[in-house]
Design a protein around this ligand. Structure first.
Ligand SMILES: Cc1cc2nc3c(=O)[nH]c(=O)nc-3n(C[C@H](O)[C@H](O)[C@H](O)COP(=O)(O)OP(=O)(O)OC[C@H]3O[C@@H](n4cnc5c(N)ncnc54)[C@H](O)[C@@H]3O)c2cc1C
Length: 416
């Protein structure tokens, strides 16, 4: 890896967002870009993601972001020479309650407006795809043929390869400790190796983005919330052609992994960190919570046949960043020239990475769209932030990730 040096544009954080932004900006003609990563490329939250890529959302904008990402995943290998290990398996969303059926109708309408193909399937059609333990429990199924999943590390390596071909430098084991500011503009980045001149900084520090914002005196409600999944041992009846499954009424999602299944979910009482306490010492690699995993496992075995004997092969967890309004934090920081946010992914960072990077690019333009402007960090700068309240609200966004109510309200975060 290369050492840090002076550069026109510095991206802080080499997770999936930092890598995607580097690639998209370099493609758009930005030059002299360096990515500073304090551990390894894709070594933190991104490497732990389940890799689900779902385009069916409850708002047209979010659907289009996910569609842009899928378009990118389909073409990345050809462009960069490195595969993101994208599997276009399709996805199935199962409704177990009448309210959910209504929500599916709404989602199908949003998909139609966005130009995304979705279909309602009968229970018989679903049973042909996967062995259901209780077919009679399924009231409706929404099928999206272009959804799928990928390996986050492979996706990152694909972005990195494309970015490197365009001259981007990636510097690992390089912690950003502060910034120089002169006349209301960022002018340098401070690292253990020295202070390096830069004109533009993009904060893509994931769950640490609030800490990196604090380095320029900015308080932002970026709240790490724990998220976990487990991978089963070998299962029968779930071949490689199995689609991604979401059962929001049971709060779980499932996809094939190796010769078993990956199963994660959204617990009703989440565990989060107070944003004011996140700093360089905050570790985002939690121990497995077996009580929570047990609930996911119970839902899995109740719904799907042939999984009860599979056992748990491994568990994975992390602290993706959430925001109190469930929306990304993207764009220039008002009042501080040259400081840009690319954070607050609300557990959409891998699947939405390409679309999010497009939004960051647009935020740098002269005339960003009203949607991009609405994601500005400025929305949190109108008064003092109450970190306790921010933590509570962001945690609620997490807890309601699969709630029908969230969808009815415009569904900021229906995802994974
Ligand atoms: C268990 C789990 C499952 C998930 N599943 C999915 C999924 O299926 N689909 C999906 O879309 N999303 C999923 N997510 C969410 C997804 O992982 C995140 O949205 C995404 O990884 C965020 O990427 P990031 O680049 O913002 O953060 P990160 O990957 O955490 O990257 C931020 C980087 O910044 C670096 N950094 C921090 N501070 C500094 C500093 N001062 N100087 C230099 N570097 C610094 C960190 O070391 C880190 O590498 C999941 C998350 C978890 C935990």
């Amino acid at each position: 890896m290369e050492p840090a040096r002076d550069s026109a544009l510095t991206i802080v954080g080499g997770g999936i967002i930092g890598c995607a932004v580097a690639y998209v900006l370099a493609q758009a003609g930005y030059r002299d870009i360096q990515v500073l990563e304090r551990s390894q490329i894709c070594g933190e939250t991104s490497s732990r993601a389940a890799g689900l890529v779902g385009q069916v959302r409850t708002s047209v904008e979010r659907t289009k972001i996910a569609m842009a990402s899928v378009a990118m995943f389909q073409s990345l290998e050809e462009k960069t020479g490195v595969t993101p290990d994208w599997v276009q398996s399709g996805s199935l969303r199962l409704a177990l309650t009448p309210e959910r059926v209504v929500e599916f109708d709404q989602m199908a309408r949003v998909a139609a407006i966005a130009g995304l193909e979705v279909q309602r399937l009968s229970v018989d059609e679903v049973s042909e795809m996967i062995p259901l333990a209780k077919p009679e429990a399924v009231l409706a199924a929404l099928w999206c043929p272009t959804d799928g999943y990928l390996q986050p590390n492979s996706l990152a390596m694909s972005y990195v390869a494309g970015a490197r071909q365009l001259g981007v430098r990636f510097v690992t084991n390089c912690e950003v400790m502060g910034f120089g500011v002169r006349d209301g503009a960022v002018c340098s980045v401070i690292t253990p190796d020295g202070e390096f001149a830069t004109e533009l900084v993009i904060n893509a520090a994931g769950p640490w983005a609030g800490w990196v914002a604090r380095m320029v005196g900015l308080e932002l409600p970026i709240v790490p919330v724990r998220h976990e999944y487990f991978i089963t041992g070998s299962t029968t009846g779930y071949g490689s052609g199995v689609p991604v499954l979401r059962v929001p009424d049971e709060r779980i999602y499932v996809r094939p992994e190796l010769d078993g299944l990956l199963c994660g979910g959204w617990e009703a009482q989440a565990l989060s960190m107070n944003p004011k306490e996140v700093d360089e010492g905050s570790r985002m690699n939690p121990e497995a919570d077996w009580e929570v995993m047990g609930e996911f496992a119970s839902s899995l075995t109740t719904l799907f046949a042939g999984v009860s004997e599979a056992g748990v092969r491994s568990t994975v967890g992390g602290f993706p960043a959430f925001t109190p309004d469930g929306r990304f934090v993207i764009g220039r920081v008002p009042g501080l020239h040259g400081y840009v946010m690319a954070a607050g992914c609300n557990a959409h960072g891998v699947s939405g990475s390409a679309g999010i990077a497009d939004l960051v690019l647009e935020s740098l333009s002269e005339d960003p769209s009203p949607y991009v402007i609405s994601l500005s960090p400025g929305r949190f700068m109108e008064g003092p932030i109450d970190p306790d309240e921010a933590q509570l609200q962001a945690q609620r966004v997490y807890e309601n990730y699969y709630a029908v109510a969230a969808a009815a309200q415009g569904g900021a975060t229906i995802g994974l």
